[in-house]
Structure formats: C-alpha cells, structure tokens
Write a protein that binds this ligand. Structure first.
Ligand code: NAD
Ligand code: UDX
Length: 470
C-alpha cells in the first residue's frame, strides 16, 4: 500500500474543514491542503484572527495548532490535486431543485465537476476518497469518469469514507469516532488503497473502530445511519402528539423506553422538528433510490419520516396560534434560536425558518435572536423561504435582536426554537417584567423548567405535554 504523505481535500465546508483539520492535527507527518473555489471561505479559514467560516466548539484550537505547520487552505484547486497522493472529495450534494428527481435526488454536479478536475489535472496515481454523502454506486460513476480521462501511468483507486460527525460536536466526534467506515472494491488494488487510508486514521483511532467493507455497503450505510437516526426523532415526535392529547409526558415516556438496552437512551428528545443539512436530504435520497429500484413500499416507508417532521413543525405553529386565543395578527412573538441545533451557526433546514414563515403568514411581528447566526444569514434564509415577498416587506414584520432579553421585550409570547444553553439561564423574571400579559412561553426543545416559569407567572406550553396542565 502507498504511504500517504500529502492529502488534498476538495471542499472547505462543515465536513471538509473540521475533518481534515483533525487529520492534520493527528498526523504531523502528513501535509494536508484544503481547497475550495469559494475565495471568501478560504480567506476566512486563513484569517489572522481565526475568525473561521464555521462555528464549531474546539475547532479554532485545532486550526491554531496545525495551520501553517502541515495544514493549509487554498483556492488553488489544481495545485492541491497535483501534489496529493490522496484526495478527499468533500463537496456539497444538495437535493436537486429541478430536472429528473427534483425534490428528492442528490445533485451530483459538484461531485462530478470535482472528479473531472482530478482526471484533468492529475499527472500521477491518486487515491480518490468519496467523503460527501452520495447515493449508492456513485463511486462507480466516479471511477468511469476518472478512467476515461486519465493519462498514461496514472491509476485511480476510489474509496468511500462517509463522515458521521454531527455539527456542534464535530471535533469530539472526529477525535473519538464511534467508527470510521472505509469502503473499497474487493480487488487487491482496492484493498491496498483501503489499507493506505486506514493507516492515516490509525494514527489516533483504535484499529477495532476502523471498519472496512465493500464500496456499495459503505455508501448505503451512510444513508442508512441518517435515516435510522431521523426515524427515531420522528417516532418520538409522533408520540409527543399522543402525549399532548392524553396527558402523558414525552420526557417520561422517552426515559422509560430508553432504559431498554435494545432501544438505548440517546436521540429520543422530542422537538419542534429535526433540521440540518443532512437528515431530510439523505432520506429523500433514499426514497429516490428506492423508487428507482422499483421498491415503492420501501420508498413510502422512509418518506413518512420526513412527512412526520413537516407535520411536527406545522403542529407546533398551530399550537402557538390556538393558545394565543386563535389569533396572532399584530402580536409580537420572540423566537429564541435560529440555528438548526445548539452549538452551531448553521441554519440549513432549521425548524425556526418554518415557524417564522408560519408566524409571518398569520401577520404577527417576529423578533429573532440567535447567539451565533449572522443577521445576513437570517435575511437570506427568510428571503429564500418566501421568494415572492420583497425583503423590505419581510423586514417590516421581522426584527433581528442582539440579545434574548431584547427580543422578548413587549412580546406576547416567547418561542424556544433552538436548545441554546443560554436560554435556560436567561433572567426569566426580567423577561416576564418586559412582556405583555398574559405572557406565554412555548418550549419547542424541552429546555426550560416549566414549573419555575409558571411560578414567575408565565403560561408555559411544552412539546409532548398537554396544554390543560399548562
Ligand atoms: P458545504 O456546503 O459546507 O461545503 C462544501 C464546499 O465544497 C463548499 O464550500 C463549496 O464551495 C465547495 N465546492 C463545491 N464544488 C467544488 C469544486 N468543484 N471544487 C472545489 N470546491 C468545491 O457542505 P458540507 O456540509 O461540508 O457537506 C459536504 C458533504 O458532506 C455533503 O455531501 C454532505 O451530505 C456530507 N455530510 C455533511 C455533514 C454535516 O454535518 N454538514 C455530515 C456528514 C456528511
Ligand atoms: C446528523 C447525524 O447525527 C450525523 O451523524 C451525520 O454525519 C450528519 O447528520 P447533524 O445534522 O449535524 O448530524 O446533527 P444531529 O445532532 O443529528 O441533529 C439533527 C437534528 O435533529 C437537529 O435539528 C436536532 O435538534 C434534532 N434532534 C436531534 C432532535 O430533535 N432530537 C434528538 O433527540 C436529536
């Protein structure tokens, strides 16, 4: 097997950046260059004051230690490719917006462009690693493109190495992963390439956590893992609706079922709905795959996970309107949190976007506060959610605030959309004093101590608990 000394990563996003920064940290003998076409993003990765393009706890420390030593960020994609023995393809694979499979299939254009660039530029053999999440058998297409365009004496070996990190905990997930999965062709060359990548991870990951499998199993395992995780949340959210209607408490139910060692306690937190760039996209991808394989029942089964999530978001906005005496027209609602989960500035598919859009269509005024999301991003997301509405009109209804306290001032209701720890600890007495009465709190994240808030005077509605008790 080739001993890897130079790695190039194409795509300096949420996955490429943290993943290759950790590889550089743990493998000082390997030079790691992360390249991207987006100059602003690369400039931010290179910024002297470490104002990196993504917020991730612990990331700055990793970059601080490795940048300039054996970790480099560059817009020179071709040079990065030329010099490397191993190339990670870590570009975005969003859901297609038009054409065949629109709304379901993954848009593989970026993967294909990156692959073609590798074929054009490479003058020596490379191991090409598919890091992006892709439909089953994409590696086959990559191999065909590379082989059809390669120069003499250039061989390409393709590996699949899906990434399982979760945002907000990316660095600890990367430092001690549950497992690293490497898929390869089961030919002698494929197995050798797999060994080369395995050796990189073995610098810090215990051997028994590095799983090696066939290419197609590896690709499908990534979609399967996300589908199963999302399915758990939709299951618990479906149960939260039953709890609200019966008087059961979703926290108690989740705790009770989580004690069963076959179910386990993690990832059973009822919420206003899952968000993030992965779950919905990857399930829709699986749905599309199932349909293409003429398995409509399998497709319908997985599609329901996404439909339940949509229902959960709608149900929550409706509960807000119902509780506020069936109208929120002209009322001010404070939305705390805009990121799709705590400890990230990422807003892709965030439930907060849907909630705010619903409140806008009920003609309410909305105050938003998030500790990490930039205002520009909020405006972009709200504009994208209502493409027909001029931004000026949106800005008449929505204000972005610089603290939770400011957002809650003169509001009729507070809606907790993201589980930022600071929302638990805000001065709720002061919030109450500044609000119109009766003052309502809607906890979409099971975050606050409802009893304590009720003692202050709030009317509290919590996901997965009946309103009657509130
Ligand atoms: P991202 O959009 O943050 O980053 C992708 C980057 O690739 C962008 O900066 C873009 O400019 C760059 N790019 C696109 N085409 C390029 C090209 N031809 N040459 C150079 N640069 C190019 O995306 P992400 O969140 O990092 O996701 C990347 C992949 O990883 C996706 O397939 C995603 O499904 C998967 N994934 C994401 C997560 C997550 O938590 N975000 C977790 C696991 C897997
Ligand atoms: C997910 C997978 O966890 C990760 O393995 C994969 O690599 C990428 O997709 P991510 O989307 O970053 O990671 O975060 P995750 O922690 O999975 O949360 C996704 C969404 O589900 C968030 O909106 C979160 O708030 C929500 N969630 C999570 C719940 O509503 N309840 C839970 O119990 C857990």
């Amino acid at each position: 097997p080739v001993k890897v000394t130079k790695i190039c990563c194409i795509g300096a996003g949420y996955v490429g950046g943290p993943t290759c920064a950790v590889i550089a940290l743990k493998c000082p003998h390997i030079t790691v260059t992360i390249v991207d076409l987006n100059k602003a993003r690369i400039d931010a990765w290179n910024s002297p004051d470490f104002s990196l393009p993504i917020y991730e706890p612990g990331l700055v420390d990793v970059v601080r230690q490795a940048r300039g030593r054996n970790l480099f960020f560059s817009t020179d994609v071709d040079k990065g490719i030329e010099e490397a023995d191993l190339i990670f393809v870590s570009v975005n694979t969003p859901t297609k917006k038009s054409g065949v499979g629109a709304g379901f299939a993954a848009d593989l254009n970026y993967v294909e462009l990156a692959t073609r660039r590798i074929a054009t530029v490479a003058r020596s053999s490379k191991i090409v690693v598919e890091k992006s999440t892709v439909p089953c058998r994409t590696a086959e297409s990559m191999r065909t493109i590379l082989e059809a365009n390669s120069k003499p004496n250039c061989r390409f070996d393709i590996l699949s190495n899906p990434e399982f990190l979760a945002e907000g905990t990316a660095i600890s997930d990367l430092l001690s992963p549950d497992r690293v999965l490497i898929g390869s062709l089961q030919s002698p060359e494929g197995i050798d390439a797999c060994e080369s990548l395995k050796e990189v991870y073995a610098n810090w990951v215990p051997q028994e956590r590095i799983l090696t499998v066939g290419l197609w199993s590896s690709e499908l395992s990534k979609l399967a893992a996300n589908a199963m995780l999302a399915q758990r949340i939709s299951s618990v959210n479906a149960l939260s609706a039953i709890c609200e209607a019966t008087g059961a408490n979703i926290d108690e139910v989740a705790n009770a079922i989580g004690y069963d060692s076959r179910i386990g306690p993690k990832f059973l937190r009822a919420s206003v709905g899952f968000g993030g760039s992965c779950f919905q996209k990857d399930i829709l991808n699986l749905v599309y795959l199932s349909e293409s394989l003429h398995l409509p029942e399998v497709a319908a089964y997985w599609r329901q996970v996404v439909e339940m999530n949509e229902y959960q978001k709608r149900r929550f906005s409706k509960r807000v309107v119902d509780t506020l005496f069936n109208t929120i027209t002209g009322k001010r609602i404070a939305v705390l949190g805009f990121a799709f989960k705590a400890d990230t500035g990422d807003t892709r598919e965030s439930a907060a976007i849907t909630l705010i859009k619903d409140f806008q269509s009920e003609k309410a005024f909305v105050n938003v506060y998030d500790p990490q999301v930039e205002s520009e991003q909020i405006w972009m997301d709200l504009q994208e959610a209502s493409p027909l509405m001029p931004l000026e009109t949106i800005k008449k209804q929505v204000s972005i605030c610089s603290s939770a306290l400011e957002a809650c001032k003169n509001a009729e209701a507070v809606v907790i959309a993201t589980e930022w720890k600071e929302f638990k600890d805000i001065d709720w007495e002061a919030v109450y004093a500044g609000m119109n009465k009766p003052a309502f709190v809607f906890d979409g994240r099971l975050l606050v101590d409802a009893e304590r808030l009720r003692k202050i005077g709030f009317r509290v509605t919590t996901i997965g608990r009946p309103s009657a008790v509130a």
